[in-house]
Write a protein that binds this ligand. Structure first.
Ligand SMILES: [Ca+2]
Ligand SMILES: [Ca+2]
Ligand SMILES: [Ca+2]
Length: 216
């Protein structure tokens, strides 16, 4: 009888130990999964600080490509005027009618360039493949806006209008390019400080994506 009692006790201890280990393992796995999902959570902070007003500016706007359709060929170039890495996750790119929130943790290098583009990045010509895409809205072919906003602060905005491009010829298939030497958020408000790019790309269109702009 005593042996049976001991065996029964041992079985119960084994049974509870087994379930205790199983329960602890389940809690551990759940905890690990929730931690992992946090890494991909869109609410986590950007890995570099957001730019302040005027620290990142628009330097080039390809609003009317010719080598490919606008739906796979529009892009804008941004330039970081500071000597620090700046993060754009959570910022918003807008035209005059649409907004698109930047969800990936993209960083613009010190004095470096980034390209934002329309639609599917893989369909763009290799020379101007965007670092981030804003979705499917088109940039207007005679006038529109490119605007970057972070934390409700407008970092830079350019309202381009072919009616104000009075001292140079408008060229389709060439990007609108801020003249070298005018890289600041106020100077790029004036269409007199822009020209159409003259550097030809392999696609046949003209521009200087991720490179310094042509002088005017
Ligand atoms: Ca367009
Ligand atoms: Ca501006
Ligand atoms: Ca450029």
């Amino acid at each position: 009888m005593r042996i049976n009692h001991v065996e029964s006790l041992n079985q119960r201890i084994f049974f509870f130990t087994k379930w205790f280990v199983f329960l602890m393992a389940a809690i551990f796995i759940l905890f690990a999964c929730s931690n992992n999902s946090d890494h991909g959570n869109s609410n986590t902070a950007p890995s570099a600080p957001h730019p302040a007003e005027g620290q990142v500016i628009f330097t080039e706007i390809m609003y009317n490509p010719k080598a490919v359709d606008d739906s796979i060929g529009e892009w804008v170039e941004l330039f970081n005027l500071t000597d620090k890495e700046l993060g754009l996750k959570g910022c918003t790119f807008s035209d005059s009618k649409h907004d698109s929130v930047i969800e990936p943790d993209i960083v613009i290098k010190p004095n470096g360039y980034l390209l934002f583009g329309i639609g599917d990045a893989s369909l763009h010509p290799a020379e101007s493949k965007p670092d981030w895409t804003w979705g499917t809205f088109n940039l207007g072919n005679s006038h529109d806006t490119a605007k970057l906003t972070c934390n409700d602060v407008v970092i830079d905005e350019v309202d381009y209008d072919e009616n104000n491009m009075t001292n140079y010829e408008v060229v389709s298939g060439a990007s609108l390019s801020l003249c070298a030497g005018f890289e600041n958020a106020q100077a790029n408000d004036d269409m007199a400080n822009w020209r159409f790019s003259t550097t030809q790309l392999p696609s046949g269109d003209f521009g200087t994506p991720r490179q310094p702009n042509d002088p005017c």
